[in-house]
Write a protein that binds this ligand. Structure first.
Ligand SMILES: Nc1ncnc2c1ncn2[C@@H]1O[C@H](COP(=O)(O)OP(=O)(O)O)[C@@H](O)[C@H]1O
Ligand SMILES: [Mg+2]
Length: 239
């Protein structure tokens, strides 16, 4: 599929129009950002790994009945997706406490939650993606009450499917961030990406971090960890 004009360049991806107005081409970039882009770097090969991991996971959950924007992988760094109107929310599902949750509430790190904890954040870089309640979501009409129910149901289902899938390869899904969009007929589908940039993944035996926290916390071996995730899920091995 031919690349047309660039629609948007984000921190991790570029979106291009294609000859089909309902389909976009996503290019996964090698850039890595954290703390609302205050920390930036480039890692050659990161885009390709995230393109493959995201395609794999979106296809996997699609095969389990979750509606997603994923159409097909094109090459190392590109995939085709259905164009949606992005709902300006980030849905975070947490299985284990860490990160901003612990910082904000002073709760202990690394505690397994009795049931998954779901949070909404407003997708707004200028405001540093503030956490919001369901009442904020409905007061400002970022999503309708019926859509909120769909976001919650799909997010919890994706968490369940991926938690099981990662466990099979010796990885604990600690938390994940999802984005959703509306198709032209107003169906809500899962969009964006699912990758070590957007999930926290810990090795089950060593507890070693295999995700973007390696970059956030300067732990080193960022690319090697992303490659480890890809090798484990694509080969289905525990190691
Ligand atoms: N299917 C889609 N249709 C339209 N926009 C999308 C789709 N999937 C993802 N997006 C948007 O593409 C943008 C580019 O991705 P990214 O580089 O991760 O951006 P950001 O810097 O906002 O995180 C994001 O704002 C995301 O919401
Ligand atoms: Mg992003």
């Amino acid at each position: 599929m031919e690349k047309h004009s660039m629609l948007y360049e984000g921190k991790a991806k570029k979106l291009f129009e294609t000859e089909d107005p309902s389909i976009l081409l996503i290019e996964y970039k090698d850039s890595l950002t954290a703390f609302n882009a205050q920390k930036k770097s480039t890692l050659s090969g990161k885009g390709s790994l995230n393109n493959k991991i995201s395609a794999y996971l979106l296809e996997f959950i699609g095969s389990r009945g979750i509606p997603t924007h994923f159409v097909k992988i094109v090459d190392e760094t590109h995939q085709l997706v259905k164009k949606v109107g992005i709902i300006p929310l980030e849905v975070v599902v947490r299985n284990i406490t860490t990160g901003s949750l612990c910082k904000r509430l002073g709760v202990k790190e690394g505690v397994e939650l009795k049931k998954p904890l779901l949070e909404f954040y407003l997708k707004d870089d200028a405001l540093e993606d503030p956490i919001v309640t369901e009442d904020h979501v409905s007061a400002f009409e970022w999503a309708s009450p019926a859509e909120v129910e769909i976001l919650k149901r799909i997010s919890l289902e994706v968490n369940k499917l991926l938690k099981e899938r990662f466990l099979q390869v010796g990885i604990v899904l600690v938390d994940l961030k999802l984005e959703f969009g509306r198709t032209p007929d107003n169906t809500v589908i899962l969009a964006d990406e699912i990758s070590p940039d957007t999930c926290r993944l810990w090795d089950i035996s060593s507890g070693e971090k295999l995700d973007k926290d390696r970059f956030r916390k300067d732990l080193g071996n960022v690319l090697e960890s992303y490659r480890e995730v890809w090798e484990r899920i694509s080969k289905g091995e525990k190691r």
